[in-house]
Ligand binder design. Structure first.
Ligand SMILES: [Zn+2]
Length: 166
């Protein structure tokens, strides 16, 4: 049985978290010691403080990282989808229902086709954005051809769900 690297460890049957960097794939300190260490040194960790103080920048940085690490992002998405299938279904459903609700009944065939075309003509590396957001804070935009634009992921992140330039 693996022993905890903390010589003051009191765990009789220590449990170890996975650690990819370790040769045996497990952390050297047991879960209990890790937790204690973290508690005692809390202020050493940033704990996402910067992200909380700069939500817009953090969002932009995250999306920028994603667009620069497409392969990894795809892997991570697949992994989280595998681990939390219900969450991913929930978000997909919410997104789909928002789009459905924002699509007016009076939209004609040509206009519906124009939306499809807009999505299929999307340039590589760009995202389709609703100029007036579907789930805006004060007003909600429509899923119509004239409310669509192409944005880079960075600009899309900066925009968030707020209205820019209106
Ligand atoms: Zn321990």
């Amino acid at each position: 049985m693996k022993l905890c690297s903390n010589k003051y460890c009191v765990e009789v049957f220590p449990e170890f978290s996975p650690d990819k960097r370790a040769s045996d794939g497990l952390a050297s300190k047991c879960k209990t010691c890790h937790r204690d260490y973290y508690r005692q040194n809390k202020d050493r960790y940033n704990c996402g403080k910067w992200s909380k103080e700069n939500p817009d920048l953090a969002r932009a940085a995250k999306l920028l990282w994603k667009s620069n690490n497409r392969h990894k992002t795809r892997q991570m998405n697949a992994e989280s989808k595998r681990r939390h299938p219900e969450t991913s279904t929930k978000y997909r459903r919410r997104r789909r229902s928002a789009i459905k609700k924002a699509t007016p009944r009076w939209l004609n065939e040509n206009q519906r086709a124009a939306i499809k075309e807009f999505y299929s003509n999307r340039p590589i590396g760009m995202t389709v954005d609703h100029i007036v957001p579907l789930l805006g804070k004060n007003i909600s935009g429509l899923h119509v051809p004239w409310n669509l634009q192409y944005l880079t992921p960075q600009d899309n992140a900066k925009k968030g769900t707020s209205l820019v330039g209106v």
